[in-house]
Design a protein around this ligand. Structure first.
Ligand code: ZN
Length: 480
């Protein structure tokens, strides 16, 4: 008996030892470069320029026949008028007429070039929300140092801030060592095939391999990462995939006065319910586990203990993460019905009913896995499952132990107070996914603090924060 008690005590001591060994093993990321802080107080007129940029409704519509492309050309002219020094010093090129590529030649073109990206296009303002805006969405109105308007954060802040920083650096006679490309797509909101993808293919055809790509993505989150008091700059190093599947049922409904037991609508409803009741298994992808490792040293005691001992606490973490939609999306493939159709007349049973299911595919899961999961969960040969488009596989994972990532981290700590930088899994798609043929180092980060209103009503940009956005790009580019 005494022996068993001793054995239990020994196991307990070893367990505690392992937990605390891991607890202390995860230490703050200290191999950051020394922060540099450039004084950019001499930059004037930047608020007026971004406000003016909003007045160009460079709207992308899924139905491309609705797009007014002449506005993109007017927007290019506005950029040329606003930043004449840039257009005198950098090579300007357009791809498929509307996507802009600027090349800043460095002092050593043997080095692999860097690529900074942003997109010109914005999502539409839907008719039914027009009246909910405090200010006209394309008015470019500044109120209390806040710029209201569609595209103010997504994504003209990044685009204009990059140009502000180049403009400033050219005035200082700065020249980067490596060549730097700026790629401003015109169709990001509808997939980026004619813009970013075409540019990536063009660069590849010119045998260009880039050192890094820095595109829109995560942001500086303040008070949003549970248990971490510091601000966390979330730098996307991977991106979930997506897929739309159509479920359809086509069976004879009979007459509504004497209905059969089965009909298209209730069979489709049952299929959707079965699917919802069988979510994908959670998993911590390498992208999410590196996020956890980066925030663990700054987390509260209990969180740090759990995050540094995933081998033991994984079930607990799955439990916690699955309780809120944003964190649940980080640990599994999500699925949700987004469109449903069936029936036309109140006394006729329709023969056909269909629904669209939208999936966001976790790393380590493929489009084929999603199709297999769906058909297994529904398990009914009368429910037809069809891909609505090609979809997009989840991306690869960019490494965070690179100089480029460290340059992002040190530029963040210069311009965003009390902040740390962590790799992160992007739940939404960006143009940079097309650049995996040009580099493995793709980083998705918008230097903005808690931006809100993406694609929504009253999208706004805090102009005090926007100055940090410019400062971030100035210091990031100075490291090239
Ligand atoms: Zn965007």
């Amino acid at each position: 008996m005494k022996k068993i008690a001793l054995l239990i005590l020994l196991i307990f001591v070893i367990l505690i030892g392992i937990l605390f060994f891991n607890f202390f093993k995860i230490s703050p990321n200290t191999d950051q470069q020394a922060p540099t802080l450039t004084d950019i107080s001499s930059i004037n007129g930047y608020k007026e320029r971004i406000a003016k940029a909003i007045t160009y409704p460079t709207v992308s519509f899924e139905d491309t026949s609705l797009i007014d492309y002449s506005i993109f050309l007017e927007f290019h002219q506005f950029l040329k008028n606003s930043y004449p020094i840039i257009f005198k010093n950098l090579e300007f090129e357009t791809v498929n007429e509307y996507t802009v590529v600027l090349k800043w030649t460095g002092t050593d073109s043997q080095l692999r070039p860097g690529i900074l990206m942003a997109h010109q296009d914005v999502v539409p303002v839907s008719e039914d929300t027009k009246d909910l805006w405090r200010f006209p969405p394309f008015g470019g109105i500044i109120h209390n140092d806040t710029l209201f308007g569609r595209g103010s954060i997504d994504n003209k802040a990044n685009l204009l801030a990059q140009l502000e920083s180049v403009n400033f650096l050219l005035q200082q006679n700065f020249k980067p060592q490596r060549d730097i490309y700026f790629v401003f797509g015109h169709d990001e909101e509808i997939g980026g095939k004619n813009g970013a993808l075409a540019v990536a293919q063009l660069l590849k055809s010119r045998n260009i391999q880039a050192e890094f790509v820095l595109d829109e993505g995560g942001y500086v989150s303040v008070g949003l990462v549970p248990g971490v008091s510091k601000s966390v700059a979330l730098v996307g190093t991977a991106e979930k995939g997506f897929l739309n599947l159509e479920l359809s049922v086509n069976i004879d409904g009979g007459h509504s006065s004497m209905p059969n037991k089965e009909n298209a609508i209730n069979m489709l409803s049952a299929a959707i319910t079965d699917l919802s009741n069988q979510p994908f298994q959670p998993s911590i992808s390498p992208s999410v586990s590196s996020f956890m490792q980066h925030i663990a040293p700054y987390s509260s005691f209990i969180n740090r203990l759990a995050l540094s001992n995933l081998w033991l606490f994984k079930p607990l973490i799955y439990n916690i993460y699955s309780q809120s939609a944003p964190s649940d999306a980080m640990i599994r493939t999500t699925m949700v019905p987004t469109i449903i159709n069936g029936g036309e007349k109140d006394n006729v049973i329709p023969n056909i009913a269909s629904a669209n299911i939208n999936y966001r595919i976790n790393l380590g899961t493929t489009i084929q896995d999603v199709i297999d999961h769906t058909s297994k969960a529904i398990n009914n040969p009368l429910v037809h499952i069809k891909k609505k488009s090609e979809g997009q596989e989840a991306s690869g994972i960019s490494p965070y132990n690179t100089t480029s990532f460290q340059n992002i981290a040190s530029s963040v700590s210069s311009h965003f107070e009390n902040s740390i930088t962590a790799p992160f899994l992007m739940i939404a798609g960006t143009d940079s996914k097309h650049f995996d043929i040009v580099t493995k180092n793709i980083y998705k980060f918008s230097p903005l603090t808690n931006p809100s209103g993406f694609h929504g009503v009253n999208e706004y940009l805090n102009l005090k924060d926007y100055k940090n956005t410019i400062g971030f790009y100035v210091d990031f580019i100075k490291k090239q």
